[in-house]
Design a protein around this ligand. Structure first.
Ligand SMILES: NC(=O)c1ccc[n+]([C@@H]2O[C@H](COP(=O)([O-])OP(=O)(O)OC[C@H]3O[C@@H](n4cnc5c(N)ncnc54)[C@H](O)[C@@H]3O)[C@@H](O)[C@H]2O)c1
Ligand SMILES: O=CCCC(=O)O
Length: 539
């Protein structure tokens, strides 16, 4: 059962929604916090089989390899590999081939060869393959979800949600492929007729983060392939399994050789990134990740004047006005703040609550947060999984310590000082936040709800917009005039009004300012992978 009104992929119930019986058989003990008492409870699961892998209906979806020309590359010539870790246990789970510039070039050439025929296919033909790929994802969604939980740590219910979200991009673009319309433009000259057509840009380089190991890839593959482009993808080295499972299903759906290629790398990431940016055979780069890396890729791509799509970091404000429905605002804050343990680009970073309701709001929020169960994503009791790695935990800890040092008060969670093998940080609520604290200006990317108090609409808009980032923003109010006013004045690419869940395949997702350029999803998603050609015909 889903909570009413929320799509499955944004389910934030305190209990997972999957038919969990099928996962319960594979659980065993590990550690968990109870964030109310901050004590340890040794009652968690790992869900792995004797090979240390999740038990899948189709184990062949687990590939430890790169993927070029529809072939798995299990090892590079020099035999170098990089490790992948299970964030819930801190243990190494696989060693992937450390590919480099040589393999990146092979992948680019494979994509270039494939482009010749792929761009000539009809939209219907491309749409059919994308649709079959979507169907295969849905048929294998439990397996794909287990792979996500294994490598990323998010709960199985969140992972199922991600698989459905991820598949929805293939479905959406299988349909949008057919709507790549051109235009007829009335000519000012009697003897001429003008039309525009839209053509694929060519081979695209795709670089994706670990926080949505599946959805950030299909959001790009779906649009690129629908437009007639071919692709070379470099998934995050923390989470390569999902990308390879997608490639396997894509091949089964009928993707011809070379249409998608996957380069796995960790130590050579910078070199591979630079190579993709500087290659004359790559027409565009689509990147999702941090603002700093995005800026770097933009600079590197300048000399070859590439088409760039950059989905970068956020610092989302969440404003609760005095006239808001407090229960709905708390529910929205939980969805927008604690999804994926706070590790999404559109997660709330700063909660601004009007002084007249701040006590009530923070009390209701902390009561809910104290009920969260932190632990392995495979455990059916877990509501919030681990962070991706040690560095992420340290960043969150340093943000909380900085806030406390400058006068913030912890009212839920906080660091217990407990040690675990996995990368956990307890969901935390801070009040008495001030603008001189790091959280006010830096993306925390973790499970910390930081509450600032405000008095006037003008003051809160100024504070909310006082950042170089502008991805998402949220606010709650029952005043319709204010809703329009604030939605228009927030300097962000996406606004949630009286809701904490905004993502969807059907609308343009993206940011302004240093949160990026371009849009993914929606009909606009195809713009990143197509260019207009104007044909002026004398008659
Ligand atoms: N706007 C969005 O849609 C969106 C979505 C998800 C994540 N994000 C942002 O991503 C960040 C978290 O993800 P992250 O830590 O994986 O980001 P990151 O920028 O460190 O890494 C993202 C990807 O870039 C690769 N990379 C890193 N350095 C590179 C380089 N020099 N050249 C080429 N590739 C390089 C990584 O290996 C990974 O594949 C957050 O800031 C988050 O807000 C944004
Ligand atoms: O983390 C960024 C992507 C999140 C989403 O698509 O909802």
């Amino acid at each position: 059962m889903l909570r009413q009104g929320l799509p499955m992929y944004f389910n934030t119930r305190l209990r997972p929604t999957l038919p969990m019986k099928q996962f319960a058989s594979v659980t065993r003990l590990t550690q968990r916090w109870n964030s109310a008492s901050m004590s340890h409870i040794r009652c968690m699961s790992s869900a792995l089989n004797a090979k240390g892998q999740p038990e899948l209906k189709d184990p062949s979806l687990i590939k430890i390899a790169g993927f070029i020309d529809n072939e798995y590359i299990h090892a590079t010539n020099d035999g170098k590999t990089f490790p992948v870790f299970d964030p819930a246990q801190g243990t190494e789970i696989a060693n992937f081939p450390e590919m480099g510039v040589k393999e990146a070039e092979q992948a680019i050439q494979s994509a270039k060869r494939a482009l010749t025929e792929w761009r000539q296919t009809t939209a219907k033909e491309r749409g059919t393959i994308l649709r079959d790929w979507y169907n295969l994802m849905r048929e294998n969604e439990e397996d794909l979800a287990k792979i996500i939980t294994w490598e990323n740590g998010k709960t199985l219910s969140e992972a199922i949600g991600e698989v459905r979200y991820s598949a929805s991009f293939l479905e959406w673009f299988s349909e949008e492929a057919k709507r790549l319309y051109g235009e007829f433009i009335p000519s000012p000259i009697k003897t001429q007729r003008i039309i525009t057509i839209r053509q694929p840009i060519g081979v695209v380089g795709i670089i994706t983060p670990w926080n949505f190991p599946s959805a950030m890839i299909t959001r790009k593959f779906g649009a690129a392939l629908a437009a007639g482009c071919t692709a070379v993808a470099k998934p995050a080295s923390e989470t390569p399994f999902s990308a390879l499972a997608l490639a396997e299903l894509g091949m089964r759906a009928g993707l011809p050789k070379g249409v998608i290629n996957i380069v796995t790398t960790h130590s050579n990431t910078k070199d591979v990134g630079k190579y993709l940016c500087e290659s004359h055979d790559v027409a565009g780069i689509s990147f999702t990740g941090s603002t700093n890396v995005g800026k770097h890729l933009l600079k590197q791509s300048a000399d070859t004047v590439k088409k760039m799509s950059l989905e970068l970091g956020g610092n989302a404000p969440f404003i609760v006005f005095g006239d808001a429905d407090i229960d709905k605002a708390v529910e929205g804050a939980i969805a927008a703040k604690f999804r994926s343990s706070g590790q999404t680009c559109i997660c709330v970073n700063r909660l601004y609550v009007h002084s007249s309701i701040k006590e009530e709001f923070s009390k209701r929020l902390q009561d809910k947060v104290k009920k969260f169960q932190v632990g392995s994503g495979f455990d059916k009791q877990t509501t919030h999984g681990p962070l991706i790695n040690k560095g992420a935990v340290e960043k969150v800890r340093s943000h909380v310590e900085d806030a406390i040092k400058h006068g913030a008060t912890v009212v839920a969670g906080g660091d217990s000082g407990a040690t675990t093998n996995g990368y956990f940080y307890p969901p935390t609520v801070l009040i008495d936040m001030k603008n001189n604290m790091r959280i006010a200006s830096e993306e925390t990317f973790g499970p910390v709800a930081a509450i600032f108090e405000f008095e006037t609409e003008e003051e809160v808009l100024k504070a909310a917009n006082n950042t170089r980032l502008g991805l998402a923003g949220y606010f709650f109010s029952r005043d319709i005039s204010r809703c329009w006013r604030v939605a228009e004045k927030l300097e962000v690419g996406m606004v949630g009004v009286n809701t904490g869940t905004i993502s969807s395949e059907v609308f343009p997702f993206g940011g302004i300012k240093e949160s990026g350029m371009g849009r993914e999803g929606g009909r606009q998603g195809l713009d990143e992978y197509t260019q207009y050609k104007t044909i002026n015909m004398g008659i």
